[in-house]
Each structure stands twice: as C-alpha cells, then as structure tokens.
Design a binder for this molecule. Sequence first.
Ligand SMILES: C=C(O[C@@H]1C=C(C(=O)O)C=C[C@H]1O)C(=O)O
Length: 190
Amino acid sequence: MRIASLRRALWHRHVNGVGAPAAMRGWLTTEGSLTARLVAHSKAFRVQRLHQGPSTCLADEAGAIGMARPRRVLEREVVLRCDGVPVVFGHTVVTISSTASDWPLFSALGERSLGSTLFYDPLVKRGELEFARLRPGHPLLARARAALGGMEDTVYYARRCLYRRRNGTLLVTEVFMPEVTELAPNTHNK
Ligand SMILES: C=C(O[C@@H]1C=C(C(=O)O)C=C[C@H]1O)C(=O)O
C-alpha cells in the first residue's frame, strides 16, 4: 500500500461508512458542542492547548478548506481531558486568508474551548459532519501519539466539520481516544 494512501483518510458523510462500535458511534455523532457533552460526562474538563500558530494543512484537509494543495494555515491542536484522562485530540485549521474579523476570538482562545466560540455565535454556519477511520500512518495519529504517548490501538475514529463565518473558513477535526466510551454522565452537574 502506498505511503501516501496511509497519510490520507477516507472521509465519509455517514457514520456507517467507518464501522465504529456502537458506543463510539454515539460520540462521533454528537450533535452540538462536543465540549458541552464532555463537560456533562466529567467532574473536571480541561482543554490542554498543545500549540497554536502557522502551519501547513494536511493532505486530506486541503480540498475541504478550498485549497488545490496543502498550503499555509493557522493551526491549533489540543487535548480534551475529562478528569485528567485524554479523550479527544482536537486539530483545527483556519485559512490564512481568514482575517481576525472572521474569527475574532480564535487567536486568543488559550485553554478556552473553541466550541464556546462556535456554537453561540449566530454568524457561524456549521457544515455537515464527516467521519473516518484513521490508520497508523495518518499524521494526526503521529501528533496525538507524540502528545499522549501509548495509543496502541491500530484504528482510531475521527470526525471533522467545516465552519464558516463572514469570509472565514475553519475546519475542526476530532480524533477520539477509546477511553471516551468509558465516560459516564456526571449527575453532579445537574
Ligand atoms: C468544536 C468544539 O470545540 C472543541 C474544542 C477544541 C479546541 O478548543 O481547540 C477543538 C475541538 C473541539 O472538540 C466543540 O466543543 O464541539
């Protein structure tokens, strides 16, 4: 199998296309903010920011953000933790042509959740979710592994969603760790 094909995922419009176990499907298809659902399934939720700055988008996201080939973007990568356990590796790219007025809060997010700026802004238009099985050669798994270590599974499930605001384009990709399926609703948050 050509290395290039390992570095790209096959993104499906329907979750059935990735063959995820039922418990993982429930997380992959979470409507609304993933952050909000993770907060409701933990006593302590944290967005651990790994880095944010200029980068080159991945081979299989260029087309999704309107680029003919991978080019410069603003990139943000985080680990979402529930009670200290890493459950999602978040990777977000914003086209360089997007100005600060398109995503006014993006550059100053720090360890606040990106979701908090996307789901409560009437100017944000959310696209359709896409789903994929990521195999060991995918660059997002290498980055998640560098941040988290371990990660012995051979297949990880991911979803991505395109957001638009004014003239800006933003693509969020979420790679789910298997531990997410062990989370239970936190009755103390009611
Ligand atoms: C898009 C959301 O924001 C989450 C927060 C992210 C961040 O802070 O970088 C990245 C991925 C998302 O899981 C959400 O909460 O649904």
